[in-house]
Design a protein around this ligand. Sequence first.
Ligand SMILES: *[C@@H]1O[C@H](CO)[C@@H](O)[C@H](O)[C@H]1NC(C)=O
Length: 296
Amino acid sequence: MYQKFLAYKHCRTFQALLKPKECTAGLFLLLVIKSTAPNIDRRVTIRNTWGKGGVINGVKVKLVFLLGITERFLGQPLYQSLATEYRQYGDILQWDFQDSFFNLTLKEIHFLRWFATDCSSAKYVFKGDDDVFVNVFNIIEYVKYFNPDRDLFVGHILYNAIPKRNKKLKYFIPDIMYKNKAYPPYAGGGGYVMSRRTVLQLHQVAADVDLFPIDDVFVGMCLFRLKITPVPHNGFRTLGVPDAFMFDPCLYKDLIVVHRLNPAQIWIMWSLVTDTNFRCAKDEKDSARKLNVNLI
Ligand SMILES: *[C@@H]1O[C@H](CO)[C@@H](O)[C@H](O)[C@H]1NC(C)=O
């Protein structure tokens, strides 16, 4: 896998197979979700819950899924079902490369390119995985105090992460791929938020940065070159929350993203977060306090 990665590292341009319509003027927030063809249930869930899009709290929100190719799933080639999904929802952006763990960085640079050409009207971008719960209302509230044409990169920031040198681990990186002792600061890939300016800057600098198999770290390397300091925020729980708090809706009212939820968990949280009759003024502080004790 590593040899293959190094051998193909210079191939950085693949054709788009499916493309959403160009973004329109006045788009406030673009939700960009890394998915794969077989994850149909996750896309259905996101479209029907937090990723609905349209006008939310007075601003325009749009959802796009990023996909590569999956040759076969359940013995079926998936291009036909994807084409049907695309016709119905128009929210799929797919390129002609294999959807594999080591190709996630390819997905990243292709997304940056598409944004620069087709979607730079968007003021802010949330980029994340297809197994997260996102409180879009909180993102809108948070970014409205910023300027989209100034740099902003916010998420769960990891500092001084050390490359895994044990061959058996998923994120193993041999010395020849990365010599330094630690990675530059980077955001957990479960989800982070960027301003338009930062996305465009990342697009420019990415052309000069060698592809690196871990996409979150690759983005960290680009930020480092740009001298953009990623901003840490407690509301990004890319490592998940303890089971005991999973269905504590007050908790979700404070959060921006929670990683590793299945579709059922996302539906339940969505119903709780959008229940306007629900009040948890007192409990809210309580659960946040409990969460801090457990996680920080
Ligand atoms: C990435 O995608 C390309 C094009 O489909 C493929 O040739 C290559 O093997 C993939 N790389 C990895 C590491 O999976």
